[in-house]
Design a protein around this ligand. Structure first.
Ligand code: APR
Length: 309
């Protein structure tokens, strides 16, 4: 039997996730949206591309959760995207209402599923999803670190005129301007970037990475990024569905790791068929630790605004 992935939100990110998943034959997909006909139309359009693209996976579109039953993984992208001048935090009130409702429905229809959160502000929405679903922390994971890290990888590759596939890089912390790029854990085919780029150049790349999402919003003007975000979701899905055990930076619930408690924050994790199998604690400099703490405390302030207790 094929694996089953439900994608909630059939907008730019959700529909592109769905397309990547079926074109790679990773799983069958149920695409859900609140707007009547939207998910159905996109699903039908995608199925009609199957004879040419040659995939065997199936996708259906729907407005309810009936067909989402027994999903292995559920990706939540429902909610507003940013417009120029908005921070991710500006989306919180509206998106919290949407995420609450969606997660309640998913918890009822697919209680065994692993949730991948994409809706922004990501760290806060992941926390909300954990509390509303009542799922174990291993099964509620936010997608942000991979996206921030692939942006970092691309900028490093561009600066050095090397193949981006040879660049490894790590960005931790919250998915916002306070994220923490880690040059010491970034390399080109094993060569630390600190040996290839001046500290000024690295600092410029770090700054561009922190604003990577806003750069795209500024160009698009009507919405936010979706190609790199959906590719990042698929990296997580593959590691989970096929138990690849990849170590990937993901937004996870911390209970003391990195000195942080009761908070969602981006850190390296080992992802496999049980979701987060391990949180990997790496050595950080005092400055990096302080930056990670500051980033997490910013998230904590926004979590308080959810009035969960
Ligand atoms: N249930 C299901 N779908 C919903 C709901 C709901 N309660 N509320 C909104 N949606 C749907 C919208 O109808 C829309 O089709 O979510 C979709 C969001 O799509 P877009 O507006 O295209 O936004 P997108 O670019 O996909 O971003 C979605 O991901 O990266 C984040 O910041 C981004 O929070 C945003 C989310």
């Amino acid at each position: 039997m094929n694996k089953k992935v439900t994608v909630v939100g059939a907008g730019f990110v959700g529909a592109t996730c769905a397309r990547r998943i079926i074109e790679k034959d990773l799983a069958d997909v149920v695409l859900i949206d609140i707007v009547e006909g939207l998910a159905q139309g996109k699903a039908l359009d995608l199925m009609e591309s199957a004879p040419l693209e040659g995939f065997g996976a199936k996708i259906v579109g729907t407005n309810n959760y009936e067909q989402a039953k027994q999903s292995d993984v559920v990706i939540i992208t429902a909610g507003l995207a940013r417009k120029p001048g908005m921070s991710r935090d500006d989306l919180q009130v509206t998106n919290a209402k949407i995420v609450r409702e969606v997660v309640k429905n998913i918890a009822a229809s697919s209680p065994q599923a692993i949730l991948i959160m994409v809706t922004n502000p990501l760290d806060v929405m992941s926390y909300l999803a954990l509390k509303v679903s009542g799922f174990s922390r291993r099964k509620v994971i936010g997608m942000a670190g991979i996206l921030d890290s692939v942006r970092y990888r691309y900028f490093i590759a561009e600066a050095l005129s090397v193949s981006s596939s040879q660049v490894q890089a790590m960005v931790l912390g919250g998915h916002g301007d306070s994220m923490v790029p880690l040059p010491a854990y970034s390399s080109v085919n094993g060569i630390p970037i600190t040996q290839l780029l001046s500290s000024e150049k690295i600092e410029k790349i770090n700054a561009r990475t922190r604003k990577g999402g806003a750069e795209i919003v500024g160009l698009l003007k009507t919405g936010s990024a979706f190609y790199a975000p959906s590719a990042s979701v698929v990296e997580m899905i593959k590691s989970i569905l096929y138990d690849e055990n990849k170590i990937l930076p993901c937004c996870v619930y911390l209970q003391g790791e990195y000195g942080l408690k009761d908070i969602y924050c981006g850190v390296p994790t080992r992802l496999g068929n049980r979701g987060v199998k391990d949180i990997v604690e790496i050595e950080l400099t005092a400055q990096e630790k302080a930056a990670l703490k500051k980033s997490a405390e910013g998230v904590r302030e926004n979590i308080k605004k959810l009035n969960l207790t």
